[in-house]
Write a protein that binds this ligand. Structure first.
Ligand SMILES: NC(=O)C1=CN([C@@H]2O[C@H](COP(=O)(O)OP(=O)(O)OC[C@H]3O[C@@H](n4cnc5c(N)ncnc54)[C@H](O)[C@@H]3O)[C@@H](O)[C@H]2O)C=CC1
Ligand SMILES: CC(C)CC(=O)C(=O)O
Ligand SMILES: [Mg+2]
Length: 347
């Protein structure tokens, strides 16, 4: 555990600006005095793109590389064509820093509202592959804009890339009490990629005899996430399926406003990046309506990644207590929730 944290802060677009301010508030409040926090804010996102035409340069990557970790709000704005910032900044950064483990925990905390009947046990982690799949930009289009346009978006799955994320997921499952790992894919139709994933999964399973395994097609997984989420412990899946099912997982376990994530480079060759699962939410941006809890919980993941387990636990307990009381309180603004969480972790 280091006694200093050199953090790159990227608020980004829309509610990213609002929720990151609260994340930093809670981070400053939770750290003991002898841990020195240095932050440097970067203006990536729509504003910078409009001013310079840049999304993320090689020089930016060199600069970001020097930090211990990155805290991101969200990127994406209606004033920029869809995909320019998402690909040109977000995916470029995740790929450049080899964030191949995209960690997305889902836990339905006591007293938290869920659209599901009753109060089901929800406590699972999705390990989403972060650098391959259909998100690599391997595609193109011909006869653009004509009735005969043909567009492709090829999913890239390497044995190396699949094995490392599957191995990571097995290790995580092994370390959890239930020791269960579910592979989610679509190997009945995507037979090339799906069989690679299944074969690698089955091979790595031999090294983890204590871990119970199963396989579910992604369409059926969406059913069970709603009807029987308690069946999941750790899920490993590809980049696209993981993106989709983690929004669903968030919706059933307290909402998108409480869903945290980490883009992890397990070997620590590059800084890992922590961000809420949600996007920039232009529909509520600038109104103080965004729930900062997802960002605050992402700060907890960041602290745990850097070895500050006690502080991470304090943040998680504070969010849990805040959510449990929320139903009885009048609606609060983004900064009021941040203030309440900061007060809880400090006191
Ligand atoms: N990691 C990132 O930076 C991500 C960026 N995006 C980008 O964000 C933009 C908007 O994307 P959408 O598809 O609308 O997804 P979104 O996650 O921004 O919003 C979906 C819905 O959830 C609500 N919501 C999101 N975060 C919330 C919070 N903290 N508290 C309360 N409600 C919240 C929004 O109001 C909206 O109704 C797009 O440009 C998209 O590409 C989307 C997902 C991730
Ligand atoms: C905007 C996308 C690139 C990412 C996304 O939706 C996600 O990582 O959840
Ligand atoms: Mg998403």
């Amino acid at each position: 555990m280091s006694r200093s944290i050199n953090l790159a802060v990227i608020p980004g677009d829309g509610i990213g600006q609002e929720v990151v301010a609260e994340g930093l508030k809670v981070l400053s409040a939770v750290l003991p005095q002898d841990v020195k926090l240095e932050t440097k804010e970067y203006d990536f996102g729509a504003k910078r793109y409009h001013a310079t035409g840049e999304t993320l340069t090689d020089a930016d990557l060199d600069e970001l590389k020097r930090h211990d970790a990155i805290l991101l709000g969200a990127i994406g704005d209606p004033s920029v064509p869809s995909g320019v910032l998402e690909r040109g900044f977000l995916l470029k950064l995740r790929f450049a820093f080899d964030h191949h483990v995209n960690l997305r925990p889902s836990k339905l905390l006591p007293g938290v509202a869920t659209p599901l009947a009753g109060q089901p046990e929800i406590d699972f982690v999705v390990v989403r592959e972060g650098t391959e799949g259909p998100y690599t930009g391997n595609g193109g289009t011909i006869r653009k804009g004509t009735p005969h346009e043909v567009a492709t978006e090829v999913s890239v799955n390497t044995a190396f890339g699949v094995e490392r994320v599957v191995r990571d997921a097995f290790a995580r499952a092994q370390a959890r009490p239930r020791k269960k790992l579910t592979l989610v894919h679509k190997n009945n139709v995507l037979t090339f990629a799906g069989h690679l994933w299944t074969n690698v999964f089955n091979k790595v399973a031999e090294e983890f005899p204590e871990v119970t395994t199963d396989y579910i097609h992604v369409d059926a997984a969406t059913i069970y996430l709603v009807t029987d989420p308690a069946r999941f412990d750790v899920i490993v899946t590809d980049n696209l399926f993981g993106d989709i099912i983690t929004d669903l997982a968030a919706a059933v376990s307290g909402g998108i406003g409480v869903a945290a994530s980490g883009n992890i480079n397990p070997g620590r060759a590059f800084p890992s990046m922590f961000e809420p699962v949600h996007g920039s939410a232009p529909d509520i941006a600038g109104q103080g309506k965004a729930d900062p809890s997802a960002t605050v919980l992402s700060v907890a993941l960041l602290l745990r990644h850097l070895g500050h387990d006690a502080e991470a636990a304090r943040i998680e307990d504070a969010v849990s207590a805040d959510l449990a009381e929320r139903g009885a309180l009048p609606a609060r603004s983004t900064s009021q929730i941040g203030d309440a969480l900061a007060a809880r972790v400090a006191g």
